[in-house]
Design a protein around this ligand. Structure first.
Ligand code: AMP
Length: 571
């Protein structure tokens, strides 16, 4: 059975499959390889996904959900959610465990469920194209995605009936698509300019090991902003011609926005573009108001330049984190549809001092890399030998350190060690050495100690997979339970970081404060998914619950979402 690679993008989703040494980007019934990541709920209860949903943005924005990826795995109070609530035309409300819900036609949906609709459609496309069932996938996410976002993406796959065999970082996938990292040591910069977001990720590749040196991004910078600037210019022209401001009419402005994108894309190929739009709006007495609009590439470049320059401020930020000069990078990989813009390519070449790699289609490069990884994992599953991982806690495993759950105590001198598992061997498409992905945790993972402080268990940039154990003690006499609260971030104050969830360990033996030792074990797997265990060392009793992540549904509601999906047909 085929395992596919899926680039679940903010704007578009792409599905690819690698078989027999060939990678194929899979097209829908009409030969289209980009699936807009848009879901629209129709008045008759049906759900449409992709192109038909994108068309409904102009006519039913309230029940048409785009850019769900911006919100997936975010908590209700996060900055991103607050911003989205002001910007998005569809309704969002607070759900259980601080997770936001999208409301469409009177029904509530988690963000994972909205993404599941997109993944279901991608799966349908793949099954039709391959002529066989597709139940497993490698799905890509931005390198900056945190635990919650990665887990929610996995849940989306589950709800779509897909086992997500691995989550890999988008820039890593792009590098895989170029066959980079085989053997020689090199550093690469991945410049990813999409529809709604920009990311710059710096990777060190050596002997098939991929290490993220730094990643920086602007989640509100993309081709959509260029479209908006062009649409504003069109609205000015319309106002001048008809004394009617289309900005006051959302439907008319949405039309201009759609046309603006087409003009922008046109100008990637030609020097000037002419557009005639009929019946943009209706004037006095129902008169048709049309628009004739001309734009040259240099006019577009003047509008786009301030936005494009912002991408290089982000690149500088990533370089500063990596503490490397721009000249330290051997290859520059372009990802995202907006890198087709000639101005962008020119400026990337100037900034990095070398021409970027552009052999692979920038819209498809991530899905292709995911498909390559999917094929490699399939080969492993089919019997290539994998060195066994060390037994947790066994010889060479992590040694606990002691730290009371009390405020103000300095960390112990011997911090816990990583039990880094030997890299796993994987199959490879071309028979060369298999790609072994070594990513790092994008943020530190910490436990809350008394007084609201953080005790870091896994440091930022720790290579994954990894496993670390810390020991804590009770903070009060006769304490019968502990609540291990976990957050992601660098701030010493727990509350200033991203709260991930908690594990409760009950039934502690009655004792004085400090006398009961609790071992907290963090395991981060190859996909960057965190599991937290808490064990009472005296009794061996382990908390039965793994980390209960906020904003991610529990099994119960995953089942509910799956049942709802089964009852809903999509097209
Ligand atoms: P992505 O998020 O990678 O799917 O990229 C989508 C963005 O790429 C959208 O803003 C598109 O308008 C833009 N895009 C796609 N093709 C072109 C092109 N030929 N020229 C300029 N922008 C493009």
């Amino acid at each position: 059975m085929a395992v596919v690679g899926i680039d679940l993008g903010t704007t578009n989703t792409v599905v690819a499959c690698a078989r027999g040494g060939q990678v194929q980007v899979l097209a829908d019934e009409q030969g289209r390889r980009l699936l807009p990541s848009v879901v629209s709920f129709l008045p008759n209860g049906e759900v449409v996904v992709g192109h038909p949903a994108k068309e409904r943005l102009a006519i039913d924005a309230k029940n048409t959900i785009a850019s769900a990826k911006r919100l997936i795995g975010r908590s209700w109070d996060s900055k991103e959610m607050v911003r989205a609530r002001q910007r998005f035309p569809f309704e969002v409300k607070e759900g259980p465990r601080e997770g936001p819900l999208v409301v469409a036609r009177g029904h509530d949906y988690t963000l994972a469920e909205i993404s599941a609709f997109v993944l279901r459609r991608a799966r349908q496309i793949a099954e039709r194209a391959l002529g066989e069932p597709v139940e497993r996938a490698v799905v890509t996410v931005p390198a900056s995605f945190n635990e919650l976002q990665r887990t929610a993406t996995k849940v989306a796959g589950q709800v779509a009936g897909l086992e997500v065999v691995r989550i890999i970082n988008e820039p890593t996938a792009a590098a895989l698509a170029y066959g980079l990292g085989r053997g020689s040591h090199e550093r690469i910069a991945v410049y990813d300019f999409g529809g709604g977001t920009f990311d710059c990720t710096l990777l060190a590749l050596s002997d098939n090991v991929f290490e993220v040196l730094a990643t920086a991004g602007d989640s509100y910078l993309g081709g959509d902003d260029i479209d908006l600037a062009v649409a504003e210019r069109m609205a000015d022209a319309f106002l001048k011609a008809h004394r009617y401001d289309p900005r006051a009419n959302p439907q008319a402005f949405e039309r201009l926005r759609g046309a603006a994108e087409a003009i922008k894309m046109d100008l990637s190929l030609v020097e000037r573009s002419h557009t005639r739009l009929k019946e943009v709006a209706f004037g006095v007495g129902g008169a048709h108001l049309d628009l004739d609009f001309d734009m040259t590439r240099s006019e577009l470049e003047a509008l786009a330049t301030p936005l494009v320059e912002r991408t290089f401020a982000v690149c500088q930020e990533a370089l500063a984190v990596a503490q490397l000069p721009v000249s330290a990078f051997d290859k520059i990989v372009l990802v995202g549809g907006s890198t087709r813009i000639p101005l962008v390519r020119r400026r990337v070449e100037q900034f990095f001092g070398r021409p970027p790699l552009d052999r692979v289609n920038p819209d498809e490069v991530v899905a292709i890399g995911a498909a390559i990884q999917a094929a490699a994992l399939t080969e492993v599953a089919q019997g290539r030998s994998i060195p066994p991982p060390p037994v947790p806690g066994g010889p060479g495993g992590p040694r606990p350190s002691m730290r009371p759950l009390l405020p103000g105590l300095p960390p112990p001198p011997s911090a816990s060690r990583t039990s880094s598992r030997p890299p796993r061997a994987m199959g490879d498409l071309h028979g060369a050495r298999p790609p072994v992905l070594a990513d790092v945790t994008p943020w530190a993972l910490a436990v809350e100690t008394v007084g609201g402080w953080c005790d870091v268990v896994v440091q930022r940039n720790a290579k994954i997979p990894c496993e670390r154990t810390r020991a804590f003690t009770t903070s009060s006499d006769m304490q019968s339970a502990v609540n291990v609260r976990v957050a992601q971030g660098e701030d010493p104050l727990f509350g200033n970081n991203t709260y991930l969830g908690e594990v409760e360990l009950v039934g502690l033996r009655a004792a004085r404060r400090g006398e009961v030792t609790i071992q907290v074990r963090f395991e981060v797997d190859e996909s960057g998914t965190l599991k937290v265990f808490a064990t009472d060392t005296a009794t061996g009793h382990e908390a039965h619950a793994l980390l209960q992540l906020v904003a991610v549904s529990g099994e119960q509601s995953i089942e509910k979402m799956q049942a709802r999906q089964a009852a809903l047909k999509i097209h």
